[in-house]
Ligand binder design. Structure first.
Ligand SMILES: NC(=O)c1ccc[n+]([C@@H]2O[C@H](COP(=O)([O-])OP(=O)(O)OC[C@H]3O[C@@H](n4cnc5c(N)ncnc54)[C@H](OP(=O)(O)O)[C@@H]3O)[C@@H](O)[C@H]2O)c1
Length: 295
């Protein structure tokens, strides 16, 4: 088998170029500029970097992106107050509250406060529910990115056996439900595995498309993958690496070097699913703006 490496950076760049063109079209037809509000609570250094990078990348595409910061001591009511204000602001089409939130905040309550039509993260229960009912809605970014990677790599999803390992609300459950839908770029037969699955390898070995969203470095070995399978590695794990200047390196949930030679196609880590997630946030923002404009 010759393995194809699914280049998430390249696909992500292609989509961003399409998004930028879309924004220009929307602007010249309606005068509307997609607006994104990114809410940061507290001083978590990693979150600050993420938010800054998201803002910068959004602006590069022509999205009107603005950051709103609250102190780590902000109450739930204060955060919901800000969300309410953004809900009522007609120039804001998408609201993202950066996680993790401080411990005293119930993240699900904040999530629920965001108008579903501005929920560009796609994690509001109404939008998650729409995945099950097959309704129109904003889809969560990482699952949407995975579906887009498969689609743009010409992977046949229809009729395929997809095995998802991991059942988080953020990745595993929504991607399983999305690919099981009776719809284009879906129609798969889906198996959802997790830490209580008996004989995990017997399931993963029967996958035409294997999606690993576990958070355990190199858990998926060569003996767990069928010859000719397509492997999507969602995992982002830091492992100690004295040879690297940072002292660590980032690896996926799949033991890449031993699994790749067996695959028809595989996503690397980094450079696979990772770059897609933020891109789909921008995609959702433009979609929300278009929906608000009735287009
Ligand atoms: N690329 C991206 O943009 C992106 C986005 C989000 C997440 N991630 C990464 O993807 C990974 C998963 O994230 P998540 O938020 O979905 O994680 P999570 O909430 O921690 O869920 C992990 C899932 O894996 C299952 N699991 C753990 N150990 C297992 C084992 N030995 N065998 C089978 N299943 C096992 C867990 O089962 P139980 O339910 O039984 O506990 C759980 O369902 C992480 O590395 C995360 O950093 C990447």
């Amino acid at each position: 088998v010759t393995t194809r490496v699914i280049d998430g950076k390249k696909i992500s760049a292609d989509i961003r170029a399409e998004i930028a063109a879309d924004i220009q079209r929307l602007k010249s037809a309606t005068g509307i500029i997609p607006g994104l509000a990114v809410v940061l609570v507290g001083e978590d250094p990693a979150s600050r970097i993420y938010v800054r990078n998201k803002n910068r990348a959004a602006r590069e595409l022509g999205i009107n992106s603005e950051q709103f910061s609250l102190p780590a001591t902000a109450s739930e009511a204060e955060i919901i107050g800000l969300v309410d204000k953004l809900n009522r602001n007609g120039e804001v089409h998408g609201i993202l509250v950066q996680s993790p939130l401080p411990d005293h905040i119930d993240e699900s309550r904040i999530n629920m406060a965001i108008l579903p039509e501005k929920d560009v993260d796609g994690t509001h229960p109404l939008n998650l529910g729409r995945i099950l009912t097959g309704g129109e809605g904003l889809r969560p970014c990482t699952p949407l990115g995975i579906q887009e990677l498969l689609k743009r790599s010409g992977v046949r999803i229809e009729g395929s056996h997809v095995v998802v390992v991991g059942r988080s609300n953020l990745v595993g459950k929504p991607i399983a439900a999305m690919l099981a839908q009776k719809a284009a770029d879906a129609d798969a037969t889906v198996t959802l595995c997790h830490s209580r699955t008996r004989d995990l390898a017997s399931h993963t070995r029967s996958a035409d498309i294997l999606i690993a969203a576990i958070g355990k470095p190199a858990l998926i070995g060569a003996d767990m993958v069928k010859e000719g399978a397509v492997v999507i590695d969602v995992g982002i794990n830091r492992v100690p690496d004295p040879a690297s200047p940072k002292g660590y390196r980032v690896v996926g949930d799949v033991s890449y070097d031993e699994v790749a030679p067996k695959c028809a196609a595989i996503t690397p880590v980094p450079g696979g699913v990772g770059p897609m997630t933020v891109t789909m946030l921008f995609y959702n923002t433009v979609r929300a703006a278009r929906m608000a404009a009735g287009r």
